[in-house]
Write a protein of this length. Sequence first.
Length: 297
Amino acid sequence: MIAASLRRAGVLAAAALLGLGVSLIGASPAAAAGVGYVRLAHLSPDTPAVDVYLSSVNGSMATQKFDAVGYGVVSKYLPLAPGTYAVAMRLPGAAADSPPVLSTQATVVEGKAYTVAGVGKFTDLGLRVIPDDLALPDPSKAKVRVVQASVKQPTLDVSIANGAKIAGNVQFATTTDYQLVDPGKWTLRLTPPSVTTAATTVTAPLKAGSVYSLIVLDGKSGLTAQLRTDATSNGVPAGGVDTGGGGTANLDGNGFGVWQTVAVLAGLLVLLAAGGGLLLRRRAAARTGRRVTAQPS
C-alpha cells in the first residue's frame, strides 16, 4: 500500500512539475518587464555576406556576433534591457576591432521592438532602424506589412490574387505601415505598378491575432518573398532563422538555454518526488512508532 502511495505521489509530482516546465519553457518573453526587442537583417541584394556585431554602448552586455549573415537573413528577436546599442557590419573574418563597413546606434525602449537592417544597394548601403509594431490586432484579424528589399523590381504593387490592392508603389528599401486584414491562406501578387501580367505570386498563411512582415527579395529567377512572424496571439516576438554565434541561440524568456531549463526541471522533479516519498514514509512510520530519515539515492 505504501509502495503504491509512493508511486502515486511520484506520478502526481511528475505531472505537476511537467506542467510547471511547460509554463516556464513556453513563458512569453513579451511578458517580461524591463526589456525591448531587436532583430537584425541583411536586406541589400548586391552586398556580400557580413559579420554583424551587436553591443551595448555602456558595456553592460557582452558583444554578440553573427557570422557571415547573407542577403535575406533575418535573426530572431533578441530581448535587451532598455538603453543604446551599437550595430556594426564587418567583412567576414575581419578582426572584431577593425573599422566596420557600416555602423549605427539604436535606442531600445522598454516594450518596443526594432529591426536593424542593412538596406539599399552596395554603393549606397546604409543601416536603418525600423520600428516594429508588435501590438496584437483584434482576435478576428491579422496584421501585415511589406518590407521591399528587391532591386530587380524597385517599385511594387502588392495585391490579393483577385485584384484588391494591399500596398501600392512600394519603393525599394522602404517599409509600409502595418494593415489589418482578414486571416486565411492568402495568395498575393507582386507586380510593377499598373502591370497585370507576369506577376510573381506568393502564398501567405495569416493567422488570426498575429503580426507579420512580408519581405520581398530578389530570387535567382525573379522575385521571391519571406513571411516573417513578428508576434503571435500568445504575445511572443518570433522571427526567422538563427544567424549563429554570440550565445543567443535557443534562449527561453528567462535567459536560460532550453536544455538548461530542462536540466533544472529534471533536478526539481527528482527533489519533489523524493520529498513526497519521504513525507509518506514518515507518516507511515508515525503509525508504527519508527523514525524515518532521508537516504541518498
